[in-house]
Design a protein around this ligand. Structure first.
Ligand SMILES: O=C(O)CCC(=O)C(=O)O
Ligand SMILES: [Fe+2]
Length: 498
């Protein structure tokens, strides 16, 4: 766990404490019909910018809105079976990730694989021409939202400078506790200017989701997306959202004190019950930007209106360990230690250096659990949208299978080679934790694939426990179930150390 980051249990306890403090009542929140709404926005939510639909080019609206509908028509939006506090939950919202070729984005323990929004090299990766244009629309929207973000960040920097200047001038008069929230980090370098690398598309028709949760702190209404910070983003990077709701509907799920038709984004300061929350209605075509560190200092949620609604949420995903290019190079570095005899095809390990063997087993786990099993857990959904990931996974699976061979070669080496007791102990100490973890995670993924919720999903989205094989499968060097192997190795280590 990173320092300074609250773990799940601590967060849950803190949240429960807040809810207990609130009791049966609700905390105040402001919406445009409140007089002080804009004052609160300016002072405590100044890094939230709304870009009204009327200020955006009509052609862009047209292209993007058609692209959303095309995703729906082509069946490219999927509810995710995410894992939250050790439980599997089906998200009310359906999603697809679109972005740079090879990028992925992890949220709630689920790795989403980006459908490439443009691909100059290969045109065979889409089922239809129509989908190619659809994805490209989000690349166009991405460019537009990025240019708006750069503008807004410049404005923010100017305002920030003025604030600092004024603050300097009136230092004696301005009491620090009266300073508006914008002045909190005067000396800090502002924002990341990296372009967005992915967009997570959301879709929900409230008529299909009669059991949405009530917003618990303020009583803002039914939540399509609960309170959260967006995870796994580059620090201080902006999130930009395009909002599109369509079709009239008479059905109102949120009571009558609010315009029944509109969707709202809710904001609050994390762990703060003094400052009122903010509820911002979103008209179709409106965009909002969560600039700089707003996503870190504040949480947001989405309050459902009564129309079906899409959003495209552009972000700078933290990508150091999250691209196909990265995992491929990890595999290649692990496979450096494998020698294949060109004549006989026999496999051998080049080095028995414990550290090298341990690293290979770590990469083995990484490719198996962070990539292959994450991918197949999402069923065959990606086939509908792109061939990019099927091809990528075939490549990774081949590498992974060679690593199964490498593990079997280490186990043989421990049995047969002329190694000293110390050498054997060192090898075992380096590889055993990885093997135990592999065994545990294989069981966990297998159970997730067999859960009740998993079985309810449509056939093309049903989780596959893959790779999976029986002991009589002669093409696999080791069993799927590693229980007896890890048990024997643990005993072996204890005996050697005795
Ligand atoms: O749909 C929206 O407006 C925001 C959705 C959201 O918060 C998310 O996808 O992380
Ligand atoms: Fe979010």
């Amino acid at each position: 766990m990173k320092r300074g980051v609250l773990c799940e249990e601590e967060k849950e306890a803190k949240k429960q404490k807040l809810l207990d403090q609130i009791g049966d009542g609700h905390l105040p929140y402001l919406s445009p019909k409140d007089d002080t709404f804009y004052d609160l926005w300016r002072t405590c939510y100044s890094k939230l910018t709304l870009l009204q639909a009327k200020h955006i080019n009509a052609d862009l609206h047209h292209t993007v809105q058609n692209a959303f509908l095309s995703l729906l028509d082509n069946g490219c939006l999927f509810q995710d079976l995410v894992r939250l506090k050790g439980k599997d939950i089906l998200t009310p919202v359906s999603r697809i990730l679109i972005g740079r070729p090879g990028y992925t984005y992890k949220y709630l323990n689920t790795r989403l694989f980006a459908v490439p929004w443009i691909n100059d090299e290969l045109n065979t990766q889409y089922c239809t021409r129509n989908l190619l244009d659809t994805y490209k629309a989000f690349s166009d929207l991405n460019k537009f939202l990025y240019s708006q973000t750069v503008n807004e960040l410049q404005k923010l920097r100017k305002a920030h400078k003025n604030d600092c200047f004024q603050h300097f001038d009136y230092k004696e008069q301005v009491k620090s506790d009266k300073r508006p929230c914008t002045l909190n980090n005067e000396n800090k370098e502002l924002h990341s200017l990296e372009p967005f690398n992915v967009t997570l598309i959301n879709y929900m028709d409230p008529r299909d989701m009669p059991c949405l949760k009530e917003e618990p702190y303020f009583g803002m209404g039914k939540m399509a997306v609960s309170w959260h910070h967006d995870e796994n983003l580059v620090e201080q990077s902006t999130v930009a959202v395009y909002n599109f709701s369509y079709q009239e509907s008479a059905h109102d799920i949120n009571g009558d004190d609010k315009d029944p038709a509109t969707w709202n984004v809710g904001l609050k300061i994390a762990w703060d019950i003094e400052t009122p929350g903010l509820c911002i209605p979103l008209n179709t075509g409106d965009c909002y930007l969560m600039l700089d560190d707003l996503n870190k200092t504040h949480q947001h949620c989405v309050i459902a209106g009564c129309q079906p609604r899409f959003s495209s949420t552009h972000r700078v995903a933290e990508s150091s360990r999250d691209t196909f290019q990265y995992i491929k190079s990890q595999c290649n570095s692990a496979l450096q230690n494998l020698h294949m005899d060109p004549d006989t095809g026999a496999a051998a390990l080049k080095s028995l250096e414990p550290r090298v063997l341990g690293q290979t087993e770590e990469i083995h786990n990484e490719v198996e659990f962070e990539w292959l099993r994450q991918f197949w857990f999402q069923g065959k959904r990606y086939n509908k949208c792109t061939t990019f990931w099927k091809e990528a996974m075939t490549e990774l699976e081949n590498h992974w299978k060679q690593m199964e061979t490498m593990t079997s070669l280490v186990l043989k080496a421990i049995e047969n080679e002329n190694l000293t007791v110390d050498e054997k102990c060192n090898i075992l100490k380096n590889i055993l934790p990885c093997l135990v973890e592999r065994q545990n995670l294989r069981q966990e993924w297998r159970e997730r694939c067999r859960s009740k919720l998993a079985k309810k999903l449509p056939p093309d989205q049903a989780p596959c426990c893959y790779p999976y094989w029986n002991d009589d499968n002669k093409s696999m060097p080791l069993s799927f179930d590693l229980h007896s192997i890890t048990f024997a190795l643990q005993n072996r280590l204890e005996t050697l150390e005795a």
